[in-house]
Design a protein around this ligand. Structure first.
Ligand SMILES: Cc1ncc(COP(=O)(O)O)c(C=O)c1O
Length: 436
């Protein structure tokens, strides 16, 4: 059995100095089987090594930010070159223009762009801009999509709204994915009051024909700003994001994660008409749009420029889809052979797969998710999702399938004989929950 002695010790120390024991809830040890939450020492490509010396093939690296692979040399090279040229000046650096023009050239809806550090900066900037542009306060978010921002407009509507004023919570409304009628209900109930509609183009469910176009039409008809959150779909579905993949034109779109291969850089992009409110060349009230000390930190932009170049020069997106297809096919066949295909569905687009975990009654089950993770971690695969990066080789995929195949046998036995016999610790819990 793998040893996690050092990880357990450092994890306990982390809990003493960092609330929740991790700087991002989704990385918390409550997301992993008990006693099997590795603290990472380093990563390279699709592999990571923990402080106990265990090696893992990792999926969903950097919460899906590391799309090329850890320590990807062309990106590191660009960052190193920039580091010795200075990271922050009293005036804009040339690289701010180069990075903005590069994003403009890749993303169809990016007439103007403003860089920031986290995805939340970008989505919250989009909401503020939409409110200013429309003079309205309400925001309609897709209720099936798990996360848009750390800021109050979204967290107030989440399962963990502590600290968000009631008045703010009431400004956020929810509609259902693939259900245009549910959005129309909001527009009918709040005529002329909804500033923005925000959603991801897709998660595990693909859009029904006409759904995204319908959202576009409803926004136009009701004078609301259509914000497409491309944090995950951007630099994964297509070089031009899900907007290029699906041929839709949002008013604003937000990028992060894959934009900088794990470096801290995100972007709000959109139509000139809206974005220019953040400038001064108009006679409307100005909007304080994403003006921060570190927004244009030069080595973050160097990482973004280099990452975008790799996407343009190499078949990154095609490879993500191909590796994902190989993974999905292998896992589905292994699940079928073990008799758990109904219990462990492989969901989503090949470039962004996740696994489900269902109990003997076919209900989603956190204990069974934990059991599956317990068994794959033991076999050298660290995966809360099955999201590939450009560095996963075919042999990494095949090794992953072999690890899952062995885990599926245990899963089947646990379905037949009871999970308590196989699950060694407490089950994982949702990252965003109201109480401990
Ligand atoms: C779809 C989506 N939007 C926005 C965010 C927020 O990004 P960040 O965590 O970089 O602030 C996330 C983060 O997980 C996300 O998945």
């Amino acid at each position: 059995m793998k040893s996690f002695t050092r990880s357990i010790e450092l994890g306990a120390r982390l809990h003493r100095c960092v609330p929740g024991g991790a700087h991002t809830y989704a990385k918390g040890d409550d997301q992993y089987p008990e006693g099997m939450a590795p603290i990472i020492d380093r990563g390279l490509g699709c592999k990571v090594w923990d402080v106990d010396g265990n090696e893992f093939i990792e999926y969903g690296s950097g919460l899906r930010a590391v799309t090329l692979g850890h320590a990807f040399e062309p990106v590191l090279q660009a960052v190193r070159e920039q580091l010795v040229r200075g990271s922050n000046f009293v005036r804009p650096a040339r690289i701010e223009l180069e990075a903005a023009e590069s994003l403009q050239a890749m993303v169809p809806g990016a007439e103007m762009v403003k860089f920031c550090k986290d995805g939340s900066d970008a989505t919250s900037g989009a909401i503020k801009l939409a409110r200013a542009y429309t003079g309205r306060d309400l925001v309609a978010i897709c209720g099936n999509h798990p996360f848009f921002s750390v800021d109050d407009w979204f967290i107030g509507a989440s399962a963990m709204p502590g600290g968000v004023p009631r008045a703010t919570r009431e400004l956020t409304l929810k509609f259902a994915y693939n259900d245009l009628a549910s959005l129309q209900v909001l527009f009918d109930a709040h005529p002329g009051q909804i500033a923005a509609v925000i959603l991801e183009a897709e998660k595990e469910a693909e859009p029904k024909p006409g759904f995204l176009q319908g959202v576009r039409e409803q926004c136009t008809r009701h004078g609301s700003v259509f914000v497409l959150d491309e944090m995950i779909t951007g630099f994964r579905w297509h070089n031009g994001g899900a907007q290029a993949f699906h041929g839709i034109r949002p008013d604003l779109s937000t990028f992060g994660k894959g934009l900088g291969n794990g470096f801290s850089v995100s972007a709000l992009a959109g139509s000139r008409d809206l974005m220019r409110l953040g400038g001064a060349d108009h006679d409307r009230e100005r909007v304080f749009l994403l003006s921060t000390t570190h927004g244009a930190e030069t080595h973050g932009l160097a990482a973004a420029l280099a990452t975008m170049k790799v996407y343009r020069d190499e078949p990154v997106v095609r490879t993500l889809w191909e590796r994902g297809e190989r993974l999905a096919a292998g896992l589905r066949a292994a699940a079928e052979a073990a008799g758990v295909a109904q219990h462990v569905p492989i969901l989503g687009r090949p470039c962004c797969l996740v696994f489900g975990s269902r109990d003997a009654q076919g209900q989603p089950s956190q204990p069974f998710r934990t059991l599956l993770m317990q068994e794959i971690i033991e076999r050298g695969v660290l995966a809360t999702s099955l999201v590939v990066n450009y560095s996963h080789s075919e042999s990494d995929i095949d090794r992953t399938v072999a690890a899952f195949a062995a885990a599926f046998d245990v899963y089947r036995r646990a379905l037949d004989e009871g999970i308590d016999k196989y699950l060694r610790g407490r089950p994982v819990r949702p990252a965003i929950r109201p109480f401990g």
